[in-house]
Design a protein around this ligand. Structure first.
Ligand SMILES: Cc1cc2nc3c(=O)[nH]c(=O)nc-3n(C[C@H](O)[C@H](O)[C@H](O)COP(=O)(O)OP(=O)(O)OC[C@H]3O[C@@H](n4cnc5c(N)ncnc54)[C@H](O)[C@@H]3O)c2cc1C
Length: 464
């Protein structure tokens, strides 16, 4: 069989991990296939972006992944960066919520619910009452807001679920799809009539995958990063695969041919190159991939283009002294409290190497699907709003010693109502084109763990 040419478009964590696993597969099967990864930006990593300055680590994008993502941990082991891993401190188990003019610690577990000032007795009663509530779901997809209000109450939606959604999707619960965001909850309701009943009765499915004992030894609920920030992971992937990666590569055209091959023209280093590909793996955002696939299928292109993205603005602030007295992970601010800030992360408390001893490293987040009015904010607007909100919430009036800002205009794909059917239809069309595959955070989860697991599984299933 002839050697194949694979082309991967996009060098975010989805593209990088796909490249890594594909290289391994080609090597293990003793083949001579070629891979080329094309990245438009001057660096790989996509949303993952770490900067190190004066002893501080600033992460513009993701600040970690949960250790429950065994596949990502195993990848760290395989890449030889295990010794650089940093597991979240015990002190960061406490998380806060901004409510009625002050920060309150959130319950750490079910028993704390009864002593917490954040959740009222009425809300606890509503939570437990879900056990007895009749299953009145229709087979249609519904919004997270409708689902939670139907099974629990509007208070539970506003005070608990919305915070979870803000932290992960920066999304609008009235538009996000329960089938895509909380598929397990919806399944439990369908199967057992109630979510709580389902939790109590259903048996945990044991994973059949095997991982290194050191990987398995880390508590699944811990957040994991690296002493140098999340950039360590993308740097390690790049170092392993850089011989076939080209940054600053501007794709100009993709021509799909009748013989199930494609011809890609791209500008690199001042000249235009053309490569014939047997298989293109698109890991670019849905709206970018949509453009390239117009000539293959207009329906596919429209479906991809219909996936919305939420903007996120991030301000990282460093102080050379202790400027507040809180201990924990950080806080989130529910929308009904009407602050602009989505939340703030206390980095050096989660990962002590992220700041010199005695100093403070904060990350404030703004924007999201519920704040379209913040789109297009300037750096000055972001910084002045951050300083105002940190003074209101944490009483910080000192000016920061270092400030870094990051703007993600289309930061996080929104799994809105109908997303599940949309992705199924997209995959149905893609299947008819064996030389094209799609990966990325708009399919099967937005987290780092989701992206790595999806890329791994895709390459496992790929017949080369
Ligand atoms: C602010 C923020 C905070 C987050 N926090 C967390 C967190 O704490 N934990 C977590 O698990 N997840 C977090 N996420 C989500 C997670 O980081 C992303 O979902 C994930 O990194 C997406 O990876 P990806 O490779 O699918 O996409 P991307 O990172 O978007 O990569 C796509 C790549 O394609 C490239 N590209 C675009 N157009 C072209 C083109 N025409 N040609 C070639 N290349 C192109 C882009 O430059 C980019 O490098 C966060 C996301 C954001 C924005």
């Amino acid at each position: 069989m002839r050697d194949k040419q694979f082309v991967i478009l996009g060098g975010g964590i989805s593209g990088l991990s796909a490249a890594y696993y594909l290289k391994k597969k080609i090597e293990s099967e003793g083949r001579q296939d070629h891979i080329l990864l094309l990245e438009e930006a001057s660096r790989v990593g996509g949303s993952v972006h770490s900067i190190s300055e004066k002893g501080f680590i600033f992460d513009g994008g993701p600040r970690g992944f949960l250790a429950g993502g065994r596949r990502t941990l195993q990848l760290c082991k395989d890449l030889g960066i295990w010794d650089q891993l940093e597991v979240s401190s015990d002190a960061s188990r406490i998380r806060y919520i901004w409510k009625e003019g002050r920060l309150h610690p959130l319950p750490k577990g079910p028993l704390d619910l009864f002593t917490s000032k954040v959740i009222s007795w009425r809300e606890i009663k509503t939570l437990l009452g879900e056990y007895f509530r009749r299953n009145n779901a229709s087979s249609e997809d519904e919004s997270v807001a409708d689902f939670i209000t139907r099974r629990f109450s509007k208070d539970i939606l506003d005070n608990i679920v919305e915070l979870l959604i803000t932290g992960i999707y920066a999304g609008d619960p009235k538009r996000l799809s329960v089938r895509s965001i909380f598929p397990k909850l919806r399944d439990l309701e369908d199967q057992y009539g109630s979510i709580i009943k389902g939790f109590l009765k259903s048996k945990k499915q044991k994973s059949t995958e095997s991982f290194d004992p050191e990987v398995m030894a880390i508590n699944k609920r811990k957040l994991v990063s690296f002493k140098g920030g999340m950039g360590v992971l993308v740097d390690a992937l790049y170092n392993d695969c850089h011989s076939f990666m080209e940054c600053n590569a501007e794709v100009q055209s993709i021509r799909f041919q009748d013989n199930n091959r494609a011809s890609i023209s791209y500008e690199y280093d001042g000249s235009v190159k053309t490569i014939e590909a047997d298989h293109i793996i698109f890991t670019t955002p849905a709206y970018v991939t949509s453009n390239w696939l117009k000539s293959l299928s207009s329906e596919l292109s429209e479906l991809l283009n219909g996936i919305e993205y939420a903007h996120i603005h991030v301000a990282c602030l460093a102080y050379h002294k202790k400027v507040h007295g809180y201990r924990g992970f950080g806080f989130l601010s529910p929308r009904k409290e009407k602050l602009n800030i989505l939340g703030c992360i206390w980095n050096e408390m989660i990962f002590p190497p992220f700041a010199p001893s005695g100093s403070v490293n904060l990350t404030a987040m703004y924007g999201g699907a519920c704040h379209p009015e913040m789109k297009g904010w300037t750096e000055d607007q972001l910084i002045s709003q951050t300083l105002e909100d940190l003074e209101t919430t944490m009483g910080i009036s000192d000016p920061p010693d270092i400030v870094k800002t990051f703007f993600y205009d289309k930061g996080i794909p929104q799994y809105n109502i109908g997303h599940f059917d949309r992705i199924n239809r997209i995959m149905e069309i893609v299947k008819k084109n064996p030389h094209v595959s799609l990966l990325g955070n708009y399919i099967n989860g937005v987290g780092i763990n989701d992206c790595v697991r999806n890329s791994y599984q895709f390459i496992e299933d790929l017949e080369i």
